[in-house]
Design a protein around this ligand. Structure first.
Ligand code: SF4
Length: 457
């Protein structure tokens, strides 16, 4: 999962500080690296990238002073390629026609095949990212204008891509025809923005214009905003359900749906699906289960209490890259409040169970504080399949719900009871037609053709 942000002012206003701020608001989407690229006064592209959080990787004061009216940025969590700086984005390149920079959120499922195809024709790749194939595909079409080369390149891609690009002097946004990852357009005065989430538009004071449609390329240039469809026919859309469950910030709006409202509704549905009359209180795992727990408590008329305090200066467990760090992370970041838990029957709401380690440790921590019973309620269906579209879920054998049935998993994590919502509940809470929502990590129903089906080149 990554975050992308771009800004363009046709009136020549400086925009790089806004890109920094946008990335700051999207920090939850990736903490491994951050970078920006912009059109410099010579008309070429400059970039800066660094490891770690936005404020460590980039210098706000320096960026604020840069004279540029067209810039993009990226926060990275690696899903393709390792975490080294060579894989940080934006990636930049010069073709015979123009200068390019690209920031990508998502994962291309046929990047391996395309890379082999291009390497056999002499291409030399500089990074291990799937994103670089986009630049090479464009460079391999020197006879075409840049936008035509981009469109042709995009038609060859499968999987998930939301892109912010600099092409020449223009800002370009593109979203795959399946609509996996969110991408939204904003505007403040004469400045246009593109962002992974609306929360970043709020920070720079921009209002939402609309989403970049699945299968759309939007160009921001001297003449304003223009739009071109990507000529790919798709049978249905695959907006990521997990963005609503976990990834996106609750103050964002995706496809017209408030992420906060969806999470609360998931909790209400969970209360209907899996009531717990013996509970003295309901609580949420901070921060991912908190809003669903509020919905659960409201619907079941169970008192809501905060029972676990999260150290806000530690990254979210699910997106830590190694098992060692993941295991340490649970202890470092969560501390239960004994005085609230002692002698109580507790309903604990969380967004998902991935490997089961976090859930197991959380339950044993809560029981060690004297809780009499711990009933776990999960505000998504069981995650049984890996994601190939830009989320770093483990392989099937590592997924707890793929290895065990419900009762086995209940015993494994040490819960007095364990329940999930259903896929139907999830779709209803999101409120979009089921033909527009991806639920592949719950159902195994990947995009048409399956994840291994690569297009002809
Ligand atoms: S497989 Fe799951 S995490 Fe991946 S895009 Fe689909 S719903 Fe989202």
């Amino acid at each position: 999962m990554c975050g992308i942000f771009g800004a363009y002012s046709p009136m020549g206003k400086k925009v790089l500080e806004d890109v920094y701020l946008g990335l700051y608001a999207l920090q939850h989407r990736g903490q491994e690296a951050a970078g920006v690229a912009w059109v410099n006064p010579q008309g070429r592209i400059s970039s800066i990238k660094g490891s770690g959080l936005v404020h460590l990787a980039l210098n706000q004061a320096e960026l604020a002073a840069v004279e540029t009216s067209c810039a993009i940025g990226h926060v990275r969590y690696s899903t393709a390629g390792g975490s080294e700086l060579a894989n940080a984005q934006p990636l930049t390149a010069s073709t015979s026609k123009t200068s390019l920079a690209v920031a990508h959120n998502g994962n291309l499922t046929n990047a391996g095949g395309i890379k082999l195809f291009l390497e056999n024709r002499g291409a030399i790749f500089h990074s291990a990212t799937d994103t670089e194939v986009i630049l090479h595909l464009m460079a391999h079409q020197p006879h075409k204008e840049s936008l035509d080369a981009l469109l042709d390149s995009l038609t060859r891609l499968r999987g998930a891509y939301s892109l912010a690009m600099v092409i020449g002097q223009d800002l370009v946004a593109a979203r795959d025809p399946w609509g996996f990852r969110p991408l939204v357009i904003g505007k403040r005065d004469d400045v246009f923005y593109v962002s992974s989430e609306t929360c970043a538009l709020n920070l720079v004071g921009a209002s939402v214009v609309r989403e970049v449609e699945p299968g759309e390329v939007v160009i921001f240039g001297r003449k304003g905003m223009d739009s071109i469809p990507i000529p790919v026919d798709v049978k249905r859309r695959y907006g990521c359900a997990f963005e609503f469950v976990y990834f996106a910030r609750p103050d964002s709006v995706i496809s017209g749906r408030s992420v906060y409202e969806v999470r609360k509704e998931l909790g209400r549905k969970l209360a209907d699906r899996a009531p717990c009359p013996e509970a003295h209180l309901a609580t949420g795992m901070p921060d991912s289960g908190t809003i669903a727990a509020l919905g659960y408590a409201e619907k079941s008329a169970t008192p809501y209490e905060q029972t676990v305090v999260r150290n806000r200066y530690v990254g979210r467990t699910f997106i830590e890259p190694t098992q060692r760090v993941r295991e340490l992370g649970v202890r470092i970041k969560l501390n239960p409040i004994t005085e609230v838990l002692s002698g109580k029957n507790v309903v604990v709401v969380d967004d998902s169970i991935v490997r089961g380690t976090t859930c197991q440790r959380m339950i044993s921590m809560i029981k060690a504080c004297g809780a009499s019973q711990v009933h776990v309620r999960i505000s998504s269906p069981p995650v049984r399949f890996p994601c190939y579209y830009g989320i770093d879920t483990p392989t099937r054998v590592e997924l707890a719900a793929a290895r065990m049935n419900l009762r086995q998993l209940e015993r494994e994590v040490g819960a007095d009871s364990l329940s999930y919502i259903t896929e139907e509940d999830l779709i209803e809470a999101i409120g979009l037609p089921c033909g527009e929502v991806c639920t592949a990590c719950f159902s195994g129903q990947y995009m048409e053709g399956g994840e291994d089906n690569e297009p002809e080149l």
